[in-house]
Design a protein around this ligand. Structure first.
Ligand SMILES: NC(=O)c1ccc[n+]([C@@H]2O[C@H](COP(=O)([O-])OP(=O)(O)OC[C@H]3O[C@@H](n4cnc5c(N)ncnc54)[C@H](OP(=O)(O)O)[C@@H]3O)[C@@H](O)[C@H]2O)c1
Length: 161
């Protein structure tokens, strides 16, 4: 199974200047819990934005650069090859960014979608989700608190059969 995991603002923004705009520790906890022990597949820009391989996960980086090296990571040159690398995993995660999400959308079975109830200025967007193709199978709302300055909802979307 291949899933996307993403945090999206109300206006579909997901990033700016190759970094995340918001800081929501509760959502980061969800990301860590969901992806730990699994393959995570990302574009080269998202990898460089993270700055290091994420621990307890097999990091797969997609780049066109045949000489690209990243210690502790698997480097591939297409999404198809990334998915092949992860074929033994019960659930592999596409973790961004915009370009990779766009390519992966038609291929994934599930989307873990954190919807932040706020608009942000940015330069990277998540593709439009056609809700005719997806059903919401889980939904959890999180209010603002001391550490999380914006309210958000974590949804699980499963592709309709
Ligand atoms: N909110 C969220 O949940 C979330 C999650 C992840 C990322 N982000 C944000 O998204 C932004 C980064 O996204 P992005 O769209 O700019 O970049 P990206 O998708 O992370 O990476 C793009 C790179 O992937 C490689 N690539 C793309 N298509 C390819 C193909 N067909 N074959 C081989 N390699 C290919 C290229 O690497 P080379 O240039 O090396 O060839 C390309 O520059 C950042 O702001 C980040 O913070 C947000």
């Amino acid at each position: 199974m291949i899933s996307i995991i993403v945090a999206v603002a109300e206006n579909n923004v997901i990033g700016k200047d190759n970094s995340l705009i918001w800081h929501l520790p509760r959502d980061l906890k969800h990301f860590k819990e969901t992806t730990s022990g699994h393959y995570i597949i990302m574009g080269r820009k998202t990898f460089e934005s993270n700055g290091r391989p994420l621990p307890n996960r097999t990091n797969v980086i997609i780049t066109r650069d045949k000489n690209y090296k990243a210690e502790g990571c698997i480097v591939v040159h297409s999404l198809e090859d990334a998915i092949k690398e992860a074929k033994e995993d019960s659930e592999a995660f596409i973790i961004g960014g915009g370009v990779i999400y766009e390519m992966a959308m038609p291929l994934v079975d599930r989307i873990y979608l954190t919807k932040i109830h706020h608009k942000f200025e940015g330069d990277t967007y998540f593709p439009e989700i056609n809700m005719d193709e997806w059903e919401v199978t889980e939904e959890r709302f999180f209010e603002i608190d001391e550490k999380n300055k914006y309210p958000f909802t974590i949804l699980t979307l499963d592709r309709k059969k």
